[in-house]
Design a protein around this ligand. Structure first.
Ligand SMILES: Cc1cc2nc3c(=O)[nH]c(=O)nc-3n(C[C@H](O)[C@H](O)[C@H](O)COP(=O)(O)OP(=O)(O)OC[C@H]3O[C@@H](n4cnc5c(N)ncnc54)[C@H](O)[C@@H]3O)c2cc1C
Length: 448
C-alpha cells in the first residue's frame, strides 16, 4: 500500500509500456485526468493516461476533501451539481470505500462583511434551488457545539459532501482501468507532435504514442508543458500547509472554516486542518510574465497570500527550470516525479494553535501528520476548460484554483464529451482560454 503523502518511492500500480497508438492521450493522473479517462473508457473510446509520478500524488490526494456547491462561482455551479450526483454514482461503481459522506459544509462569519458575502451567495443558491441556509449566532452555536467563540452567523449547505482524496482518486483510476482505460505511471509526456495545426501524437519518456486528441490535465505543470508549444496559460502555484489530528471526539461531522481555521471530519475519526491566510505564492519567470493579469486577484487577496520570490529549483515555475527540451531528452517532468513541498513548521504551529483556541476542550489532541501541496491557480480563480483553437485535437482542463477535487468528476464528464465533439450540457464560455487574451476584464470568482 502506498504511504501518505504519496511519493515516487511508492510501488507503481499502473506499469507500462505505453501503447503505440491511442485515440486519446491524457497528460496527468489527478482527479481531472482520471475522471476524463473513466468517462471516455465508459464510451469505449481508446484512451491512455500518462502520469509522470503516481496517480493522485500531487494535489488530488493532498487536498482537504471538501466536495462543495456552497461558495462556488455561479458558472461552476451547474457542473458541481452534476459532480455531486456523479460522486455518489462512482462511489457505488468503484466498490471501494472512498469515505464519501453527505455531512455538509459550513462557513463561519466573523463580521457583518462576511454575512453580506454569504447573503450574496444565497441569491445564487436560490437560482439553483440549493439547500443552503443562513444561520444566526445561536443557530451556528447549535450546529457546531463547543466553540469558544460566538460567530456572527454562518452559511451552511447540508447536502455538501466530503471524501478521502487519497482513497477516492486511486479508486477511480482502478475503475477507469476496469472500464478499459490504459493508465501508465512513471511515464512523463515530454512533448506533443503537431503537424499542419493538428495533433498527431505524444512523445513520452517511453516512446511515441500516435493519437488524434490530447488532453492536458497536468495541474501545476500544465503551463510549462503547453508553453513549449506556444500555448500560454497564466497559471501560478500557491503552496499550502495541511495538518491531520489523531482520532478525537466528533465536534462536527462535516467541513467548516472561518478566516483562521478550516476543519473537516475524516473517516478515521480525526480532523483535517488548515489555516486561513496560510498560502505562499511562488514567484518565477511565468509569474512575472503574467503579473498584470493577477493585479485584480492580488488586490482582492483571494489566496490570502504571501510571496516567495524564488520558486525552488525544479518546480514548475522555478527560475532554473528548463523551458525547452527535445522529445528525446529528459524533460523537467521526469526530474520531479512528485511535487512534494514540505509543510511550513510555523503554519503547522499556527493551525494547531487556532484549532485549540476554538476548541480548548481538545487541548490534549495531537497532530499526527502535516503535509504541503501546490495549488495551481488562475488569475480569476476559475479553471480553464477548453479546446486550444490553434491546434486541432488539443484540449486543456487545468487551473482548478484550489477547488478542483469536488467538481472533478463533473469536469471529467464535460471534457470527455468535449473531446468527442458531443453536446456538453453546460455553458463553458467562462472557462475559455482566450479570456486572458481577448481584452475581457478579469471577473474574479470566489476566493479559495
Ligand atoms: C492543500 C490543498 C487543499 C485543497 N482542498 C480542496 C478541497 O477541499 N476541495 C476541492 O474541491 N479542491 C481542493 N483542492 C484543489 C484540488 O485538490 C485540485 O484542484 C485538484 O486536485 C486538481 O486536480 P488536477 O487533476 O487538475 O491536478 P493534479 O491533482 O495536480 O494532477 C496533475 C497530475 O499531472 C501530472 N503531470 C503533470 N505534467 C505531466 C507530464 N508532462 N506527464 C505526465 N504527467 C504529468 C502530475 O504529476 C500530477 O499528478 C485543494 C488543493 C490543495 C493543494
Amino acid at each position: 500500500m502506498p504511504t501518505f503523502p504519496f511519493s515516487e518511492a511508492d510501488p507503481i500500480q499502473h506499469p507500462g509500456p505505453p501503447p503505440k497508438t491511442s485515440e486519446v492521450v491524457i497528460v496527468g493522473g489527478g482527479v481531472i485526468g482520471v475522471t476524463t479517462a473513466l468517462f471516455l473508457a465508459k464510451r469505449s473510446i481508446p484512451v491512455t493516461l500518462l502520469e509522470k509520478g503516481r496517480v493522485a500524488a500531487e494535489q488530488s490526494s493532498r487536498n482537504w476533501g471538501w466536495i462543495r456547491k456552497q461558495g462556488r462561482d455561479a458558472d461552476e455551479l451547474p457542473i458541481v451539481i452534476e459532480a455531486c450526483r456523479l460522486w455518489r454514482q462512482l462511489a457505488e461503481e468503484c466498490g471501494e470505500d472512498i469515505g464519501l459522506n453527505q455531512t455538509g459544509v459550513t462557513y463561519l462569519a466573523n463580521s457583518d462583511k462576511d454575512m453580506v458575502g454569504f447573503e450574496e451567495f444565497m441569491k445564487i443558491a436560490a437560482i439553483h434551488e440549493l439547500d443552503t441556509r443562513l444561520l444566526d449566532t445561536d443557530e451556528t452555536a447549535q450546529l457546531i457545539k463547543g466553540m469558544s467563540r460566538k460567530f456572527k452567523g454562518a452559511l451552511t449547505t447540508p447536502s455538501d459532501m466530503r471524501a478521502e482524496p487519497w482513497l477516492a482518486v486511486p479508486a477511480l483510476a482502478r475503475l477507469a482501468v476496469r472500464k478499459g482505460a490504459k493508465i501508465i505511471e512513471n511515464c512523463a509526456a515530454r512533448t506533443l507532435e503537431i503537424s499542419a495545426g493538428k495533433i498527431k501524437g505524444v512523445w513520452t519518456e517511453a516512446g511515441y504514442i500516435e493519437a488524434s486528441s490530447v488532453l492536458v490535465a497536468g495541474g501545476a505543470w500544465s503551463s510549462l508543458f503547453l508553453r513549449r508549444h506556444g500555448v500560454s496559460i497564466p497559471q501560478l502555484s500557491v503552496r499550502v500547509t495541511v495538518a491531520a489530528t489523531e482520532p478525537m471526539p466528533e465536534i462536527y461531522s462535516g467541513a467548516a472554516a472561518d478566516d483562521h481555521i478550516a476543519f473537516r471530519r475524516r473517516q478515521d475519526g480525526g480532523y483535517t486542518l488548515a489555516g486561513g491566510g496560510s498560502h505562499l505564492l511562488y514567484l518565477g519567470p511565468d509569474a512575472f510574465r503574467h503579473a498584470t493579469k493577477y493585479i485584480p486577484a492580488l488586490r482582492n487577496d483571494p489566496f490570502g497570500a504571501r510571496y516567495f520570490p524564488f520558486a525552488p529549483s525544479g518546480y514548475p515555475d522555478g527560475w532554473s527550470t528548463r523551458r525547452y527540451w527535445a522529445p528525446n531528452s529528459k524533460s523537467p517532468f521526469e526530474s520531479m516525479r512528485v511535487l512534494n513541498p514540505a509543510p511550513q513548521p510555523a503554519r503547522l504551529r499556527a493551525i494547531e494553535r487556532n484549532f485549540k483556541q476554538l476548541f480548548p476542550q481538545f487541548d490534549n489532541v495531537r497532530l499526527k501528520a502535516g503535509w504541503g501541496g501546490m495549488i495551481d491557480a488562475m488569475p480569476d480563480v476559475v479553471p480553464v476548460v477548453d479546446q486550444v483553437r490553434a491546434v486541432s485535437g488539443l484540449f486543456v482542463a487545468t487551473g482548478m484554483s484550489g477547488h478542483g477535487f469536488g467538481i472533478g468528476p463533473g469536469i471529467g464528464r464535460v471534457v470527455s464529451d468535449l473531446v468527442q465533439g458531443n453536446e456538453i450540457g453546460h455553458d463553458l464560455s467562462r472557462f475559455r482560454l482566450s479570456r486572458f487574451y481577448d481584452g475581457s476584464r478579469v471577473r474574479l470568482g470566489p476566493a479559495l
